[in-house]
Every structure is written in structure tokens, then in C-alpha cells.
Ligand binder design. Structure first.
Ligand SMILES: Nc1nc2c(ncn2[C@@H]2O[C@H](COP(=O)(O)OP(=O)(O)O)[C@@H](O)[C@H]2O)c(=O)[nH]1
Length: 560
């Protein structure tokens, strides 16, 4: 009891949100068995894990070089070896690890847990019968959890509510389920990322529950190594360390590694792209994981758009049989941009180019999705296009001028392994209007306008839409938020016409914000009043096509 008391002093409820997310019996088991039968000191270490994991999920700052020591990975490794240490110390079986990693979620049930702990303390101090208290606590917990989850609305992650019987609930103990892992590499034009997913499958035919995601990224993208492909292998090998630390060794042989490249490699010559893919394949082949056929490839733009749509609708609990309630997605990468949504009007389907309407089979029914990926319309490729530098290898001394940069600005801009000299127009017109005309050339006649976007519709926007909204001060990085296209326009105008400290930090901010407005309004044809949900993570999981690709891999939904 002495030890419990000492531990209790430093016990923090806020750092224990993870435990709170557990279902009643798991909480009871942890609090009773761990806090009393084991040691509260173990429970303290356990409660620190979510905070560690949260910091690991935080993306590294820009500009990581290939030789830069990857601090995020190091942090992860240290938290993971802490696991190993804890496992050894308390002889916890391997099944505890995934259970505990699941705890990096915040389910928002703070009050019930507080009462639970308080009651537990009282019970322990009054030396009451444990089994009697288990039943009493269960009743208290159930009442409070119900009211709390109602208060918290979507914060409570129980996908089964939304998937009906097709999806097992997290509220059963993890050890009664089949836990499996999937490793997805996203080789984008501006960076390479690894996503290590932990899933729980309880019913053979149901969709799995996503239990946890480990994420890490490295910059620049692999296309920067087009002439030194060995470095691509080195990058992937580095990132694989995250998978080795996350997936228990006993699971390696059946955990698939999948690598998908997007615009960066699509824009390279086939020979250069092939050399990079071969390096990656070699690293995969020498790894201890399962390497399925076709595990390393360039993904087509259609799948990129649809799988991002799957991710967002899965994470927001909308991927159920009533697909009419799904939301559309807008993804803005460095090299390409994607739009995907479920059309509600026949006119949209009839007036769209034939290859923009794609059939998607899920739950034994076929849905028609509008989707397209515009290669060369990512934000960095659009800069090059507007500057007239697309296709130039950047080695020349040529200076590319634009009215979107401050008049006296001279500098360099790098993309895809090339550097370009850029400057403002010293004697010409600068500012929002002039810049808008330049950016218009990048979208006019290129972007198709789906008929129904003129009416209001819900779209989630991420990647550079999110990053630039943060940079422009339109949203908070940790919370994201809803922004009208009009707000983007107003801020673009301010940044372009009244250069401030913000534009000194990023001289391209005027150009990028103007491009976003231009793409949304004159490109896709959205009204200025359209509200976009800007998001980077949903329930602590990255919003990108990668989760959709993992689900697709396991479920074999059909895209045709
Ligand atoms: N947070 C987060 N951002 C991502 C992820 N994947 C891509 N991005 C963002 O997407 C943008 C560039 O995407 P990228 O894949 O390089 O471009 P693409 O090759 O043209 O699709 C950057 O803003 C990235 O930070 C992800 O998994 N998580």
C-alpha cells in the first residue's frame, strides 16, 4: 500500500486518457489487476505511453536531409524498447503490447475514469470485497460512460456503431480478437512516409477495426534521388525500422509490406522510376516481412483519389451501407491533386469525362464515384508551370520571374531534385490580381467542373490545403477546422498585396494561396461560400490514401 500511495501522488489523470478510452471491463482489469495486484508503478509507465506515442506521431520539421539523424525514429525506438523492458520486467506476454499501443487514443471519457479511480481508492482503503466492488463499479462506469459518450459524440471511437454487425467493436478485449498488421509506404513527390497499422479482426467477413497507426516521414521525396537510386533504398531501410519496432517479430512473416509511389515517380522517365523501384524491391526482399506480389509499384491517380476517399469516410464512420452520407475529398500534393466524391446528381455523371466515373464495389453493392487525379497540378508543379519552368531541368542559369513574388525577391526553389532560380518582377505589376491571372493559366481548360459542385456539398481537404491554411493563420494546426473558400481568397489577397513577416518567411505564400483559390473556384467550380473541412488527422490517424490502401489490400474491394 505504501508503494501505491507514493505512486498515487504523481498519478496524472490527463496523462491517463488512454486508460479512460478502454471499455469497462478492461479498465477494471487494468485498475484492479495492475494497480493493486501488480504495481501502480507499472501503471504509471503504462500511462506515459500515450504521450510518447503522440509525440512520435508528430511529423518532423521540413528539410530532413538524407543523412540527418532521424530524431522521430529515435524517439519511437526508445519508447518501444521501453516496452521490451517493461515486458521483461513484468513478464507480460506479447498480446499486451498491441493492447497497450491502442491506448494512444483519446476517447474523452475522463469523468467516468476519475470517478472509477476515486471509488477504487475508497474501496481499497476500506478493504471491501473486490468482487462486490467490481459489480458496483461496473454499474457506475456504465452509467457514466453512456452519458459521457453522448456528450463526446464523435470522440468515442467505436466503428461497430457505424458499420453495424459488419464491424467488431473495440469494447471487447483485444486478446479475444485476431490482431494483424499492415505496412504501407507512401512515396510522394515531397517525401516518403511509412504507416504501420494495427488492425483487429474478430469476424472473418467483417471489416477490421483500426487499432493504431504508427507514422513517420522523411524528406525529400524519392524522385530527388533519380540519379542516385541507392539512396532510395537507404530511405526505405531507415523507415522500415519503425515497422520492426511496431510489429512483434513473431508477426513479421505474415505482415505485408506495400509500397506505392505517386506523382513524384509518375513525373520521372520510366527508366529512372524503374531504377528507384528496384532499389526499394531489394530492400523489401531482404526484409523479414511478407512481400506480396506487386508490393512495389507506382499507383495510378484514380486509386489515389478513391483510397483517400475510403480513408476519410472510414475514419469518420461514414463508410457504411448508406453511402449517400459520405463526404468528398480534396487532396493537394506536390505533383498532383485529387478530387473524389459520390455524385448525387445524374447530370454530374452524364456530363463527366467517361474515365472520371469509376465503379467501386463494397458490401456487395456497386457505387459510382467521380474521381480524377491531375498530374502537374500539385502545388509545387503548379509553381513550376506558372513560372514557365516545367520541363526545364533547372540547371541553367535562367531566372524565372513571377508577379506572385515580392518585387525585390530573388531566390531558389527546389522540387523533384532540381533547383530553379526565381525572382519577382522589378518593373512590372505584382499583387493578387496579377498573380491570379498567372495561376489561371495552370487550371483553365485543364480542370473539369463537376456539375453539382455549384450547390453546397461537404468536402474534406488535406495535405497542402491543410498546411497552407495553417501557414496563412486560417486554422490551428492541432485542431484543423472549417474554412470557406472566400476566407482563402481574402487571406491570399492580404498576403499578396501587403507583404508582411509571414510572406518573408515563405515568399511563395502569395502564389500558393492564390493557386488554391484559383484551383477551387476557376478549376473545380466551387462557390466561394463552400466550406471545406481542413484536416490532417482524424482520431489521431493521418488522412491520406495510405489507410484506404491498407483496407483495400486486406478487403479486396473492387475498383473498376
Ligand atoms: N500529415 C500527413 N501529410 C501527408 C501524408 N501524405 C502526404 N502528406 C502531405 O501531402 C503533401 C504532399 O504530398 P505528396 O505525397 O508529396 O505529393 P504527391 O506525390 O503529389 O501526391 C504534403 O503537404 C505532405 O505533408 C500523410 O500521410 N500525413
Amino acid at each position: 500500500m505504501k508503494e501505491n500511495k507514493a505512486a498515487g501522488k504523481s498519478f496524472s489523470f490527463s496523462s491517463c486518457r488512454a486508460v479512460i478510452s478502454s471499455p469497462a471491463h478492461t479498465v477494471l482489469r487494468h485498475h484492479l489487476l495492475l494497480s493493486i495486484k501488480l504495481k501502480l508503478s507499472w501503471s504509471r509507465c503504462y500511462c506515459q505511453t500515450p504521450a510518447l506515442l503522440q509525440s512520435i506521431n508528430h511529423k518532423p520539421p521540413h528539410g530532413h536531409g538524407i543523412n540527418a539523424q532521424d530524431s522521430q525514429t529515435e524517439l519511437y525506438i526508445s519508447s518501444s524498447s521501453r516496452w521490451t523492458e517493461l515486458n521483461k520486467r513484468y513478464q507480460l506476454s506479447a498480446k499486451h503490447a498491441p493492447q497497450t499501443r491502442q491506448k494512444n487514443r483519446s476517447f474523452g471519457l475522463k469523468a467516468p475514469s476519475f470517478v472509477l479511480l476515486l471509488t477504487l481508492r475508497i474501496s481499497v482503503s476500506l478493504r471491501m470485497s473486490a468482487s462486490l466492488w467490481v459489480w458496483r463499479l461496473l454499474a457506475v462506469w456504465t452509467l457514466l460512460a453512456v452519458s459521457s459518450s453522448q456528450r463526446n459524440g464523435l470522440n468515442a471511437v467505436d466503428f461497430s456503431q457505424r458499420f453495424g454487425n459488419a464491424l467488431p467493436s473495440l469494447s471487447r478485449p483485444a486478446n479475444a480478437s485476431q490482431i494483424f498488421y499492415g505496412v504501407m509506404f507512401d512515396a510522394g513527390s515531397t517525401g516518403t512516409r511509412i504507416h504501420v497499422y494495427t488492425f483487429i479482426q474478430k469476424e472473418p467477413d467483417g471489416l477490421p477495426v483500426l487499432d493504431n497507426e504508427m507514422f513517420h516521414s522523411m524528406k525529400p521525396g524519392l524522385s530527388a534521388y533519380a540519379d542516385i537510386p541507392e539512396i532510395a533504398g537507404h530511405t526505405v531501410r531507415q523507415l522500415l525500422r519503425v515497422a520492426k519496432k511496431t510489429v512483434p517479430p513473431v508477426e513479421w512473416k505474415r505482415t505485408p509490406l506495400v509500397f506505392r509511389a505517386t506523382a513524384g515517380l509518375r513525373l520521372l522517365s520510366p527508366a529512372k522510376a524503374h531504377a528507384l523501384l528496384e532499389e526499394v524491391q531489394d530492400v523489401f526482399d531482404e526484409s523479414p516481412f511478407y512481400v506480396p506480389p506487386d508490393s512495389v509499384s507506382i499507383m495510378n491517380g484514380t486509386n489515389e483519389g478513391i483510397l483517400a476517399w475510403v480513408t476519410v469516410n472510414f475514419l469518420t464512420g461514414r463508410l457504411n451501407r448508406d453511402t449517400q452520407k459520405t463526404v468528398g475529398i480534396l487532396d493537394l500534393g506536390g505533383g498532383s491533386t485529387q478530387i473524389t466524391f459520390l455524385p448525387k446528381s445524374k447530370k454530374t455523371i452524364e456530363s463527366a469525362p467517361a474515365d472520371y466515373i469509376v465503379r467501386f464495389d463494397m458490401f456487395n453493392s456497386t457505387h459510382k464515384l467521380y474521381t480524377h487525379s491531375y498530374l502537374g497540378n500539385g502545388i509545387k508543379a503548379a509553381r513550376l508551370s506558372a513560372l514557365g519552368a516545367l520541363g526545364s531541368d533547372g540547371l541553367e542559369k535562367k531566372v524565372f520571374k513571377t508577379s506572385c513574388l515580392p518585387k525585390k525577391h530573388t531566390g531558389e526553389f527546389s522540387f523533384g531534385g532540381f533547383s530553379y532560380h526565381v525572382s519577382g518582377v522589378t518593373n512590372g505589376v505584382t499583387g493578387f490580381k496579377a498573380c491570379y491571372q498567372e495561376m489561371l493559366k495552370v487550371v483553365k481548360g485543364i480542370i473539369n467542373q463537376p456539375h453539382e459542385l455549384k450547390d453546397s456539398s461537404t468536402f474534406y481537404a488535406f495535405s497542402y490545403y491543410f498546411d497552407h491554411a495553417v501557414e496563412a493563420g486560417l486554422i490551428d494546426e492541432s485542431r484543423g477546422g472549417a474554412v470557406k473558400i472566400r476566407d482563402f481568397r481574402k487571406r491570399a489577397k492580404e498576403v499578396c498585396n501587403r507583404p508582411s513577416k509571414r510572406s518573408q518567411l515563405n515568399p511563395f505564400l502569395c502564389m500558393d494561396l492564390t493557386y488554391i483559390v484559383c484551383l477551387l473556384k476557376d478549376g473545380f467550380g466551387f462557390k466561394e461560400s463552400t466550406v471545406l473541412q481542413l484536416t490532417k488527422k482524424v482520431r489521431n490517424v493521418e488522412t491520406s490514401w495510405a489507410l484506404g490502401a491498407a483496407i483495400y489490400h486486406f478487403q479486396k474491394f473492387r475498383i473498376h
